[in-house]
Design a protein around this ligand. Sequence first.
Ligand code: COA
Length: 288
Amino acid sequence: MTTLDSSFVTNSSWKPDLFKGKVVFVTGGAGTICRVQVEAMVLLGADAAIIGRNVEKTEKAAKEIEALRPGAKVLGLGNVDVRDVHSLVKASKETVDKLGRIDYVIAGAAGNFLSDFNHLSANAFKSVISIDLLGSYNTVKATFEELRKNKGAILFVSATLHYYGVPFQLHVGAAKAGVDALSNALAVELGPLGIRSNCIAPGMIDGTEGFARLTPPGAEPLEKKVPLQRLGSTKDIAEATVYLFSPAADYVTGTIQVVDGGCWHIGGLMGSLYPSAVLTQGLDTPKL
Ligand code: COA
């Protein structure tokens, strides 16, 4: 089921057909956050290719998003692992063959789970770095010729975890710090070619796989700790995405757009869990 519908065009701040004739290529596009980013772009006129590992999930999401706008074309390209640049090159070629071009790229595929350092194996650390950081690099590498030809724009999906030290998330924090650095350097290096590169850093987004998996069961409601007094929505991320790809952001590159209701300024939200939770975990035999 889609999150957005045609009211996103009629009631929103954006004009219909904003992205008419454009194509967006999205890794992780069947996942909760990235899927709604795609819905918004498609509702506003873009065609899209969504890339994922799971064939059935990716193709089903593509069909549902395609139905949002008459005439829209949305490809669902499953069986693609962002850790393998060649499989992304194949997906990029198929997108150009079927949709004609790529203008915008969202590097959104991510892997995450909660683990303290002591129980996080070297292989587990490498898995997350490979999906989030190497996968983001591979995504741009595989679409670069199209971005260069069309003076396109890149959007990385980052996080706020690395702005401070978040226990149980050191693997993701390390990966996303790398993603920010990658985006900033690409903004400088590719700016003269007419390509923009930005990051979006979602905070606590309601209804996402990440939020469900990363919130300990029985934890007290977190929204009261957020300056704007609510959890974020996938639509909030979609709105920021539309802005960053739109002509309104033509002079915006090398930025990290935080969409978190002001939450990261408060610092970590571990409350009474710190330091007892980390102390308990740290005493076992280290997992290699
Ligand atoms: N805690 C600690 N280690 C974990 C773990 C957990 N919850 N889940 C997986 N790992 C470890 C595994 O034990 C393995 O390490 P080992 O070989 O030393 O035992 C390592 O991570 C790789 O696991 P594997 O299942 O082979 O990885 P994968 O490459 O197929 O999957 C993950 C990648 C681990 C990131 C997996 O969680 C995933 O595919 N996630 C995608 C979806 C997702 O996370 N979405 C949330 C977005 S916020």
